[in-house]
Design a protein around this ligand. Structure first.
Ligand code: G6P
Ligand code: MN
Length: 441
């Protein structure tokens, strides 16, 4: 019997890159049935019709379908690739603007943009996991849904036994860029990393001979030889946001040269510089709504009107390959190393064992088994502890609907300077998210 894969949030703009890799690698995954499931009928029908045509015309034997019926979609599923966005990129932009209008970071995963997104996503994912329990309890969920840091904390707190790997393509993308700079094959390097999602550090980059290449990278940055890294991800090449972000990552490394930072630390270590650079009337959410969204759905419309996808193609990217590599590792029990978000459970010895952290792990049929990190230094530990407390309070606020807990979370977030600003942003976000957030009392 073949494997049934379901794309949860199949109508998303993140789907095409994954759909292409699934098509190319269907045989090694033993993929025979692919369902695009979404609550957005219009979008899933556009991408669904496109994919059916595209797969068939490129000779794929995979049986592709699309639906808005979750029961139908989940029955008999072996793998669920989850990437949902309640409120779409339009709501993302609204949140970003509210934050920026108060002079604080407006970003979909960091700062209060992440808080707001978490309150939209957690109730939705809870329902999805209930459906998984009901219809396909043995299926693996590979989750890309943001804000991954907070969502993974919610998932593993509420469903400790969930067969779920919570992943992000940022570590592998940055590792790819580092490998490219060092002129090495990514597969020949072992990266030592710890942190929380969008909040971590590389402590060593070990080559095939056992040598650590991080000192060389540090030296090249400190001496001014380089001020950025070239992206490894084709999809982001030429995108001004990512060009700036990679430069900022190197600037941060220069000022905190102990470890190499995940680029998202820019929002916590240099929030003032980020707010300064942002356009409060045209945010990243607006950019995606007007760019990627329009491009993808209008291409689907064109292909559907033509009745053929012969002159169209999808691009496989890091994002698509990473999630498929992980599914492949589980199916074939390869026990390869991937960075995942997982219960700490002692891996970082001086950090809360009952907190989800982002770590390299070996992935196979048994799921993910994280590496041991040992003790981490006071600076990173302090940052992570306060961030983790914020994340945990955000989960609690989403699950209990307590306004007071929400306020505590907000005030604890490092991008919030004081109670006045925090409360004002919280109240405006709540008013703008009535349709999505749980009621707060
Ligand atoms: C990276 C992050 C994802 C995030 C994405 C945003 O890939 O790891 O968590 O969703 O960037 O990209 P976008 O083009 O939507 O701003
Ligand atoms: Mn991410």
């Amino acid at each position: 019997m073949g494997n049934k894969f379901v794309m949860v949030g199949g109508g998303s703009t993140q789907s095409p890159g994954i759909l292409e890799v699934l098509r190319q690698r269907a045989t090694e995954l033993n993929l025979t049935e692919l369902v695009l499931y979404d609550i957005d009928e219009h979008r899933v029908s556009l991408l669904g019709q496109y994919t059916k045509m595209y797969y068939a015309e490129t000779g794929s034997k995979v049986n592709v379908s699309f639906t808005t019926n979750i029961d139908e979609a989940f029955t008999g599923a072996d793998f669920l690739f989850m990437q949902i966005r309640p409120g779409l990129n339009a709501q993302r932009a609204i949140d970003e603007k509210i934050c920026l209008s108060h002079g604080v970071v407006g970003q979909e995963t960091c700062g209060l943009g992440g808080f707001s997104f978490a309150l939209r996503v957690i109730p939705a994912v809870r329902q999805i996991i209930q459906k998984v329990k009901e219809h396909c309890p043995d299926a693996w969920i590979l989750n890309y849904t943001n804000p991954e840091a907070i969502l993974s904390e919610a998932i593993f707190t509420e469903f400790p036994e969930a067969k779920c790997l919570c992943i992000c393509d940022m570590p592998i993308s940055i590792e790819g860029a580092i490998a490219k700079y060092l002129n090495k094959d990514l597969r020949d390097l072992t990266f030592k990393y710890f942190g929380l999602n969008h909040f971590g550090w590389w402590t060593a980059i070990i080559d095939k001979n056992g040598a650590d290449l991080l000192p060389q990278l540090r030296e090249d940055v400190l001496s001014g030889k380089i001020d950025t890294l070239l992206m490894s991800n084709d999809e982001t090449v030429g995108d001004q946001y990512w060009i700036e972000t990679y430069k900022q990552m190197i600037k941060i490394f220069k000022r905190f040269p102990k470890y190499f930072p995940n680029c998202y630390l820019q929002y916590y270590l240099t929030p003032d510089e980020m707010v300064e650079k942002d356009n409060p009337t045209f945010t990243r959410g607006d950019f995606v709504t007007n760019g990627r969204e329009k491009r993808i759905y209008s291409e689907c419309e064109r292909v559907i009107a033509n009745g053929s996808a012969k002159d169209s193609h999808l691009h496989a990217g890091v994002h698509g390959n990473y999630i498929v590599d992980i599914a492949h590792a589980i199916i074939h029990d390869t026990r390869e190393r991937f960075t995942v978000n997982i219960m700490n459970n002692g891996s970082i010895s001086n950090f809360d064992p009952k907190a989800v952290v982002e770590l390299p792990a070996y992935v196979g049929a048994a799921g993910a088994e994280p590496i041991v990190v040992g003790e981490i230094p006071t600076f990173e530990k302090g940052l992570m502890e306060s961030q983790k407390a914020y994340e945990k309070l955000t989960v609690e606020a989403a699950l209990t609907g307590s306004y007071q807990t929400a306020l505590e979370a907000v005030v604890l977030n490092k991008t919030i300077p004081n109670l006045t600003v925090g409360k004002a942003v919280l109240d405006e976000l709540y008013a703008a998210n009535k349709e999505w957030w749980p009621e707060l009392t």
